[in-house]
Design a protein around this ligand. Structure first.
Ligand SMILES: C[S@@+](CC[C@H](N)C(=O)[O-])C[C@H]1O[C@@H](n2cnc3c(N)ncnc32)[C@H](O)[C@@H]1O
Length: 284
């Protein structure tokens, strides 16, 4: 991504989480701060996002994207809850964007580290200051560019304790990285204490998708490239498993499994589609 500019894709996904709070019932991912964090600056944009009540012919692709985004946050926080119950005392959000977990953290013993590209993090902090949301005592910011800065150095400088069991979330970031940046981050996580874990999402390469999904893939890839954040990294499930060979209990879910977990029995069309996006969790 461009060094001096906050991530536009972070804003787009945050707008969709906020739209979910407004338009979808039942909620799959309840986030009372999803709208306030956007501030006045982006409120107008939020109200321009498609409203199913106003437009019954809402495009399936935009519902599928919203479903993907809210399900991945829910999945991540369910895995975090399991980690916290098992004694994790640190939660590291890699590429945190406008994630609001730190403002909803129910575990007094859980320290939260938000790692993000410096320009995105400065923008988020500015939005939070404008919205008047108080700074949670358990939250520490660590600005890092995964491509050219050391994640361990920045986290240690921020007070991260490498002796503690830690849970990492890496949501909506992997496709934007080089393989080198991905691997060096995975190596760092794999060196954490036993019982630590990770959740991430990744996309499958175009070549393994059916024809119509290749077109949807091209359209999304063109949009993020226009936003200055081109996709660069894809995995098949077996490639992802190879990258994570030091981890155990790998759970790697496709759309069908995610739909039965979070979107069964709905009367609207909110659900994931296609075979591109997958959610993965793994433990040490
Ligand atoms: C699509 S957003 C996802 C944000 C957040 N995880 C969420 O789900 O709302 C991508 C995030 O990755 C971060 N990112 C992309 N490339 C990065 C890099 N090289 N170093 C650090 N952060 C990066 C962006 O700043 C942005 O916050």
């Amino acid at each position: 991504m461009e060094a001096a500019r906050p991530s536009r894709t972070a804003l787009r996904v945050a707008l969709r989480r906020a739209a979910h709070q407004l338009y979808d019932r039942p909620l799959v991912f309840e986030d009372p701060f999803a709208i306030p964090i956007l501030g006045n600056e982006h409120a107008e944009e939020l109200h321009r996002t498609p409203n199913p009540d106003a437009n019954r012919k809402q495009r399936p692709s935009s519902l599928a994207m919203r479903a993907h985004l809210v399900a991945r946050s829910r999945y991540a926080e369910e895995k975090l809850a399991a980690a916290a119950a098992d004694g994790a005392t640190q939660y590291v959000l890699l590429g945190a964007g406008l994630d609001t977990f730190a403002h909803r953290n129910p575990w007094p013993h859980l320290r939260v580290f938000e790692v993000d590209h410096p320009a995105t993090q400065a923008w988020k902090r500015n939005l939070l200051a404008q919205s008047g949301l108080p700074h949670p005592l358990s939250l520490t910011y660590a600005p890092v560019d995964f491509e050219c800065e050391s994640l361990p150095d920045r986290l240690l400088a921020a007070g991260f304790d490498p002796a503690q069991k830690t849970f990492f979330a890496w949501l909506g970031v992997v496709p934007y990285l080089t393989i080198e940046a991905f691997r060096s981050t995975i190596r760092f996580i794999a060196a954490q204490p036993r019982g630590s874990g990770i959740v991430l999402d990744y996309g499958q390469p175009r070549r393994v998708l059916p024809f119509l999904e290749q077109l949807a893939h091209d359209s999304l890839a063109a949009r993020v490239a226009l936003a200055g954040e081109p996709f660069r990294l894809w995995f098949t499930p077996s490639e992802a498993a190879c990258e994570l060979e030091e981890f155990r209990l790998i759970e790697d879910l496709g759309a069908d499994e995610i739909n039965s977990l979070y979107f069964a029995n709905r009367t609207d069309d909110l659900r994931m589609r296609g075979h591109g996006g997958r959610f993965l969790s793994a433990w040490l």
